[in-house]
Ligand binder design. Structure first.
Ligand SMILES: [Zn+2]
Length: 382
């Protein structure tokens, strides 16, 4: 991450750069910014700047070995601490989740806390930073930095520290290890120990202004102007939120396309094609599979609405209109309940970590049968 990749907070960047230039660098920082703001990206860009072997007055070089290692979050002097959840053995610490962390940052360095838990496959659990984490940090800081530059310790969502962890960290801040910079990040500094806050140099990370965010979405994410400006307005300057909205609309399009494909193949009972379709969806992440089943339920219900009520209360998008018109007649009183139940059951099994391939194959075969159930009332009246 480089400073140039962050589309806002020009003042913060120049303050940090000046501090380095004038040798007035504080060893302990607190970046306060909304969840999903640029604070994590800023901390990563700052860390990379400190470690860069070829820095300019305004940014890291982005190409030296230190920069490349920082980008991939594999620099031995860069340590990230973040909330973790139970489920990976006893006393979970950040290092146990480092692969997930690298993947999550690569896909969105502005992610929210909730998105992080989603990456860990769980939205119901509350993350925490335990005393074991602080013990690990103490051990890591005993040695000198490996690469003759700074060691940087980033603590994301520092308010999630349990008290014993916070007290241990306080000791480290009071007797700072050599050449070590701490950057704590929080969206609610009132939930941090006052004794910790008083030792940190506080920097506020502002939301991105709408114009800059629009420009960023167009240039970096390739979104067209109208959508970019709508999204930056909706996300109130939160880059993380904006990226989430973009991802959401991409997923919706993918769900629409795949649901329509799936139903057509089920109706035509194309078993070989359906088998490859199941292989394809099996490669999706579990959350995405659940999202797809949610979408399927929505479309089945909308088809029922179309059949039994006034079509003006239907909630379908333009690109779904034609499909539901053709599809709705196949969803009727003799199969609707069973179809809904089967999709809900598949969703439940996916949530419980069942084999996706088996669950989707089973559901597909049932859909083939259910879509061919005759609408008896229709026949009688005919
Ligand atoms: Zn560099």
């Amino acid at each position: 991450m480089q400073f140039k990749d962050i589309p806002s907070n020009v003042r913060v960047k120049s303050q940090l750069l000046h501090a380095v230039e004038n040798n007035r660098l504080s060893h302990a920082h607190l970046f306060t910014g909304e969840d999903g703001s640029s604070s994590l990206a800023m901390a990563l860009a700052f860390a990379q700047y400190l470690m860069c072997e070829n820095k300019t007055a305004s940014d890291s070089c982005g190409v030296c070995p230190a920069c490349l290692k920082s980008e991939k979050l594999i620099h031995p002097d860069l340590h990230c601490v973040f909330p973790v959840i139970t489920g990976k053995g006893t006393n979970p610490v950040s290092d146990h989740f480092i692969e997930e962390w690298r993947g999550a940052i690569a896909s969105n360095p502005f992610m929210s806390e909730e998105e992080w838990y989603l990456n860990l496959g769980d939205t119901n659990k509350q993350g925490f930073i335990s005393v074991y984490e602080a013990n690990e940090l103490s051990k890591k800081t005993v040695l000198k930095p490996y690469e003759n530059s700074y060691r940087v310790i980033i603590v994301w969502h520092a308010e999630k520290m349990h008290n014993p962890a916070a007290n241990k960290l306080l000791k480290l801040l009071e007797e700072p290890p050599e050449k070590t910079i701490f950057i704590l990040l929080t969206s609610s500094s009132e939930n941090l120990l006052e004794t910790i806050v008083s030792r940190l140099q506080n920097t506020t990370i502002e939301p991105c202004d709408e114009n800059n965010l629009t420009k960023y979405l167009m240039e970096i994410e390739g979104v067209e102007e109208k959508t970019a400006s709508e999204i930056s307005h909706l996300s109130s300057g939160s880059i993380g939120q904006a990226l989430k909205l973009i991802k959401g609309s991409e997923l919706l399009e993918q769900n629409t396309e795949e649901f329509q494909n799936w139903m057509r193949m089920c109706y035509k009972a194309r078993i070989i094609e359906l088998t490859s379709w199941v292989d394809m969806i099996n490669r999706w992440g579990r959350e995405q599979q659940k999202g797809f089943l949610h979408y399927a339920l929505h479309m089945v219900r909308e088809s029922l609405v179309r059949n039994f009520a006034d079509s003006s209360i239907q909630k379908v998008r333009e690109e779904e209109e034609q499909f539901t018109k053709n599809f709705a007649p196949f969803i009727h009183q003799n199969n609707a309940i069973e179809i809904i139940e089967e999709i809900e059951l598949a969703h439940k099994h996916i949530s419980r970590n069942g084999s996706s391939k088996f669950i989707f194959m089973d559901l597909t075969l049932k859909m083939v049968v259910l879509l061919h159930v005759k609408n008896l009332t229709l026949q009688e009246t005919n």
